[in-house]
Write a protein that binds this ligand. Sequence first.
Ligand code: G6P
Length: 369
Amino acid sequence: VMAEKAGYKHFMQKEIYEQPRAITDTIRGKYSLDDGMVYLTELEAIEDRLKVIERIQIVACGTSWHAGLVGKFLIEKFAKIPVEVDIASEYRYRNPIVDGKVLFIPISQSGETADTLAALRLAKSMGAVVVSICNVIGSSITRESDGTIYTHAGPEIGVASTKAFTTQLATLYLLGIYLAQLKGTLDKDERLRYIDALIKVPEDISSVLTLDEKIEELAKKFKESRNFLYLGRNINYPVALEGALKLKEISYIHAEGYPAGEMKHGPIALIDKNMPVFFIATDSHIYEKTLSNIEEVKARDGVVIAVATEGNNEILKKADYVIYVKKTVEETSIFTTTVVAQFFAYHCATLLGLDVDQPRNLAKSVTVE
Ligand code: G6P
């Protein structure tokens, strides 16, 4: 078993460390820096149908749904096409409005999640063009799609998804630029800037991997907490949801993810000295607003862990603990912040002596409704 884990203690740890490689494999051959273009040859046969789509519906479960929420930000920003994101088990029972102008995107690591597959069948029967994002070649979801963009994460064994998530993000990012090309919404310079940022992601993630021990030290201070709040804004709001999900899945610490601006409408009532808050506070057009949310937590004696951008010294005065990540463009900050949250959950759980690869009550793939 040790051999399969290639010297790592757990599959989850191995899979966290594999992310720079997984992203490199996922984006390889799909872009050109000469013309600033993204090439998705797997969609060539349906390109004419994609040119006329007017709306997008992304449907998924669990961590893949969080990737979908990030995808909405990326696609709307790059391609200016309205995107709805649904949880598969909700979509299939809510009478969704679908026609031939809808691009339906199921996201699934396994390609076998029953609710996602059922949602796909419904959307397809109503005329949508279906492009899946999937990690398993030949899986049920890919067989029923009009096209599939594969993530090249490699087999993911840990029940808590890590590298599948970040490769889904990279794929949605590419798809956003590709759709922008079809719609003419980004000029060459803008595309080059975004492609360039994506190419740097494996390196950005590698720099977070060096923070492993530092994040373990932090986890030692918080592993006995019974509750946690994760807050982020904009494109990092879904990352807050994913961070909270990781923590609850493997450490059994109750954690809630929220968009930071919504804190005042509920979660703020929970804040006292026993309520740690994990803030994603990297540089962004909305950073100042996140900073005032941090102040609101401190005013109520909450304990703040902030993930911030290198060079931000101001935040040291506000947060109790700061984890610094490399400066990136806003649209790729999701990768570094995600990896910090993965490490934090991983260390809390392993320090508590829990089985991170096989958490209780959870399955890697849920093939029943
Ligand atoms: C299960 C797994 C999650 C996963 C979800 C969706 O709940 O434990 O890690 O995110 O299913 O799986 P999928 O294979 O469709 O991405």
